[in-house]
Write a protein that binds this ligand. Structure first.
Ligand SMILES: *Cc1c(COP(=O)(O)O)cnc(C)c1O
Length: 463
């Protein structure tokens, strides 16, 4: 049934109730604070403002399409996560959600650590001054060059993903005269996604080393014998856009079982466990994400309970939220180009971007909200599909949305909650120019990632 596989199992759309979008919202002009960033509101003229700046002003200065990121909101979310987990735990922001040098500086100032998963992300982090010991290096196929750079820079941990990598990292560390702190990523047989999780014995996917069949225990055994490695703990990441803590409960229980086995076999109590990221955010008014302090309380309780039962000291916990920090902080601003009513079906609204700046709808059947933001309207709601300008019929930004029936070319519409996995997954399909990311705070806006130009495209094309 599913034409696109979601990394965490069934697609969101598969588990939605029937007729999800059957009724238009009561007030099309309302901007639901659940899906918009903290400083977003409508001004007296009916325009959306963020950080005190109106969208027409932002459009004049920065053009469309563009991502506008609410810096106060980003920093507040960092602090909320850091405060919720406190001194006895570590919060690593998953850089793959969205990374830029400004973001690295904010993370550094707000006391967070950073996950990277490529040489490119590592150099972005280091070039913006993130201390190497606050960086964790991930990935299922790190190149020897990437490993070399990470060990040489002195990253705080490398998360080992395969038997080959255990040997590879040990060898590189030894050749550099170092002992690298590492965790082993295990697959616990839990696929968690949104409101469901599935506990299985085996996982048919590329990440990590299976707990099943004693694989992970064998990986620990090998890592403990290698001089180049200091094994500090076990890592598990179970999915994305998760609202329900039950998947974490199963995962923590299975990881703690492994810790107990390791103690029994080697007499070593590994001091850390990392429970990964994947915490959900509100893309539409129907989503109800938990606050960081609820999540922190639930996770620490689960781990302490399981450790107590196994007679282990409670390890230091780390978590790796990406989407939950940056996702809600940004929206994408588009200009409407064409409005095409299809009799008896719906109205297609074409914008000046599309799958090149937001691939998630095409890739995962992700859901988004959308609003007319350059004015308010008293017109009736009309059922629309917001589409991009690319040469693909799957180039959909918002599959089902109600917009006012008087929507016209030149209007500005905005899609909220596009801070995560939109700019970071953006492409040049059809030689599109990737949009800028503009940070907005206290009446000031500045470009943190500039818009691509045709010159940029031609510079790569060496003829
Ligand atoms: C992707 C990923 C994350 C972040 O996931 P979010 O859904 O953005 O919170 C954290 N840890 C690992 C290992 C990941 O691969």
């Amino acid at each position: 049934m599913s034409r696109s596989a979601h990394p965490a199992g069934p697609r969101h759309a598969d588990v939605l109730p029937e007729g999800h979008y059957s009724a238009p919202p009561a007030d099309l002009n309302r901007l639901d604070p659940k899906v918009w960033s903290r400083t977003v509101e409508r001004d007296e003229q009916g325009q959306l403002t963020v950080g005190g700046l109106s969208v027409t002003r932002l459009r004049e200065e920065f053009g469309t399409p563009a991502y506008f990121l609410d810096e106060d909101d980003f920093r507040a979310r960092c602090r909320a996560w850091a405060d919720a987990f406190g001194k006895d735990a570590d919060v690593f922001y998953a850089g793959k959600a969205f990374l830029s040098r400004a973001v690295v500086r904010w993370l550094k100032e707000e006391g967070l650590n950073l996950d990277v998963c490529s040489g490119g992300e590592l150099s972005t982090a280091l070039s913006a001054g993130m201390p190497a010991e606050r960086i964790a290096f991930h990935g299922n196929n790190k190149s020897t060059d990437e490993i070399h750079r990470a060990v040489e820079a002195g990253v705080g941990r490398i998360v080992l993903d395969s038997f080959q990598e255990i040997v590879r990292v040990a060898h590189i560390a030894q050749s550099l005269g170092k002992r690298q702190r590492v965790q082993i990523r295990v697959t616990v047989g839990v696929e968690a996604h949104t409101h469901e999780f599935i506990a299985t014995a085996h996982e048919d996917q590329k990440f990590g080393i299976a707990l099943a069949g004693g694989q992970a225990a064998e990986a620990v055994r090998r890592a403990l014998t290698l001089d180049g490695l200091e094994l500090i703990g076990i890592h598990s990441h179970i999915g994305s856009q998760i609202f329900d803590m039950a998947g974490f409960e199963v995962s923590a229980r299975r990881v703690v079982q492994l810790l107990a086995e390791v103690r029994d076999e080697h007499g070593v109590e590994l001091p850390e466990i990392d429970l990964g990221g994947g915490l959900g955010i509100a893309y539409t008014s129907d989503d109800d994400p938990r606050e960081p302090h609820h999540i922190a309380k639930a996770l620490t309780e689960i781990v302490s309970r399981e450790c107590e039962a196994a007679g282990l000291r409670t390890p230091r916990i780390s978590v790796e939220p990406g989407r939950a920090i940056v996702g809600p902080t940004a929206f994408t601003l588009y200009e409407v180009g064409t409005v095409k009513p299809l009799e008896g079906l719906r109205t297609y609204v074409s914008v000046d971007g599309g799958m090149s700046d937001n691939i998630r709808t095409a890739l995962y059947d992700a859901e988004y909200s959308v609003a007319l933001v350059s004015r308010t309207s008293d017109a009736e709601p009309m059922l629309t599909r917001v589409v991009g300008k690319h040469c693909e019929s799957g180039d959909i930004v918002v599959r089902d949305a109600f917009l006012p029936a008087d929507l016209a070319p030149g209007d500005l519409i905005a899609v909220p909650a596009t801070g995560a996995y939109c700019r970071s997954m953006a492409s040049n399909y059809n030689h599109a120019l990737r949009p800028p990311v503009v940070a907005v705070q206290d009446g000031e806006a500045r470009v943190i990632v500039r818009r691509e130009t045709e010159e940029d495209l031609l510079r790569l094309d060496v003829g």
